[in-house]
Write a protein that binds this ligand. Structure first.
Ligand SMILES: Nc1ncnc2c1ncn2[C@@H]1O[C@H](COP(=O)(O)OP(=O)(O)OP(=O)(O)O)[C@@H](O)[C@H]1O
Length: 226
């Protein structure tokens, strides 16, 4: 773990607008540093704010309390818990993974040979190379999940966030994803994964457990340091 974090959270808390009237906190203020090359597991009971924290780290929502310091303005890839794909969208596993390179591919999203290689490697890493031409609608839940992990890997972002990436995976698929995450961390990526499974958390270098937020109206908890 390098001494220099890529993300630093200063008393970051969040309340959803819908909960503003009750002052319920989705995420109790948290101090946290996230370092390149580490795998950090976020655990905690249902409703403790794990997905909310990932959304904050991804920049999808802004803290309602505290601030997130983005050292070097790192790119962030988010693999959500379940990514809906409309049945009307005829998209293959390979195309799902290729979306991870769109940012690099210009207006017409034409991938360079180097981008295509990265996509192929990402699919290979999660054990989906043989299914790359299969429509997503024809994939099992676990195969679909791995296609989105491949997309996240293909982004090659300095920060990779994953919401329960191993849930519903069989032993071999889980091992493939663990290898992929370990490899990404070894290459210097800061990997943050949400999990309920102690076995999945055990692959992490560090575990941060979020407590159930105190939902007492008006209560403003003191920051915790993780
Ligand atoms: N869009 C939303 N609007 C209002 N409240 C929300 C919204 N999304 C989540 N919450 C609330 O915020 C709190 C934290 O939710 P979050 O999904 O981050 O928890 P979690 O730890 O990821 O839960 P789980 O383990 O069940 O996936 C919960 O009390 C939830 O009800």
């Amino acid at each position: 773990m390098t001494p220099f974090p890529v993300l630093r959270l200063h008393s970051v808390g969040y309340s959803y607008p819908a909960a503003a009237a009750t002052a319920a906190q989705a995420l109790v203020p948290l101090d946290l540093e996230i370092h390149p090359g580490e795998i950090l597991a976020l655990t905690g009971p249902n409703g403790s704010g794990k997905s909310t924290l990932l959304a904050l780290l991804a920049g999808l929502i802004r803290p309602t309390r505290g601030r997130i310091e983005r050292i070097g303005r790192p790119g962030v890839a988010l693999v959500a818990q379940s990514t809906p794909v409309p049945d009307s969208l005829p998209i293959t596993a390979g195309e799902v993974a290729a979306m991870g390179r769109w940012k690099h591919a210009g207006l017409w999203r034409r991938l360079s040979p180097a981008d295509r290689l990265i996509v192929a490697e990402s699919l290979e890493t999660v054990g989906l190379a043989a299914l790359r031409a299969r429509p997503v609608q024809e994939l099992s839940g676990g195969q679909r999940q791995r296609a989105f992990v491949a997309q996240g890997l293909a982004r090659q972002a300095p920060v990779l966030l994953l919401d329960e990436p191993m849930t519903a995976l069989d032993t071999d698929s889980r091992a493939a994803v663990v290898r992929a995450l370990t490899g990404a961390a070894r290459a210097g990526t800061a990997v943050v994964l949400v999990t309920h499974d102690p076995a999945d958390a055990a692959v992490a270098d560090r575990i941060v457990r979020l407590p159930t937020p105190d939902r007492t109206p008006g209560l403003d908890a003191a920051p915790r340091t993780a």
